[in-house]
Design a protein around this ligand. Structure first.
Ligand SMILES: *Cc1c(COP(=O)(O)O)cnc(C)c1O
Length: 224
């Protein structure tokens, strides 16, 4: 019990410290607790400690946990989303971070309409050098943003990205810096409010590069 509490406190302290050195306001950083593979009991524990933004990367796992937990949790979908599974999360999802195609956006718009909702989305930008990472190329960003105006049941709130899985801090910084620049570039014209970048291993760099939402699993819930 005390474990999660101590981890959250220490994370918050660290965020405050980094904010001082990077001239950011801690109030502008939202922690999303990433609960994948963790039990409903553990998640409830984090909820009781005040965590309201939670993230899952698999549809099946999310829809199993959703009914068991308090309804005022803001569920973030952070993993790759298949079009045929959109209908399963559309009734309740708070923010989908991982939009990587026009077709997916179209499908979410359709399911949002069916549920009489407007679903908030982020465009996932491919910033990592790895071949395997999903995401939209920065070159296609503007086109997708303009076309997304044809979808009345979705709102693009901003951008999401994942850095290359590496120990090379300089490379991570370059990738997050690029995403931070893109966010700033389109922020005013498209009304962006959310930049989702940074996980347990690289959130400090992400804060320095302007992130607003960090997705933290291991540092809160322990190793998976
Ligand atoms: C698992 C996951 C995280 C959290 O990873 P940790 O290293 O455990 O903090 C963040 N973002 C995405 C997309 C994930 O799948």
């Amino acid at each position: 019990m005390a474990e999660i509490s101590e981890r959250i406190t220490s994370l918050q302290k660290n965020i405050e410290r980094i904010c001082v050195s990077s001239n950011r306001n801690p109030a502008d950083i939202t922690i999303i607790g990433v609960t994948k593979t963790k039990s409903v009991e553990k998640i409830q524990e984090a909820y009781n400690l005040g965590l309201r933004d939670l993230g899952e990367n698999r549809v099946q796992e999310l829809i199993q946990k959703y009914p068991e937990l308090p309804k005022n949790i803001r569920w973030h979908f952070i993993g790759h989303l298949q079009k045929n599974k959109v209908k399963l999360v559309a009734p309740f999802v708070y923010l989908i971070h991982s939009i990587d195609s026009m077709e997916l956006l179209e499908k979410i718009n359709e399911e949002a309409k069916r549920n009489s909702r407007i679903i908030n989305c982020l465009l996932e930008i491919k910033i990592a050098k790895e071949e395997t990472k999903y995401g939209i190329s920065p070159n296609n960003l503007e086109k997708i943003l303009s076309e997304s105006k044809n979808f009345p049941n979705i709102t693009i709130q901003g951008l999401m990205g994942m850095a290359t899985f590496t120990d090379d801090k300089k490379q991570i910084k370059e990738e997050f810096f690029l995403l931070g620049e893109l966010f700033q570039q389109y922020k005013a014209a498209f009304g962006f409010t959310i930049l989702s970048m940074g996980m347990s291993s690289d959130y400090e760099i992400a804060i320095a590069c302007g992130t607003t939402h960090i997705r933290i699993g291991t540092l809160i819930f322990g190793e998976r």
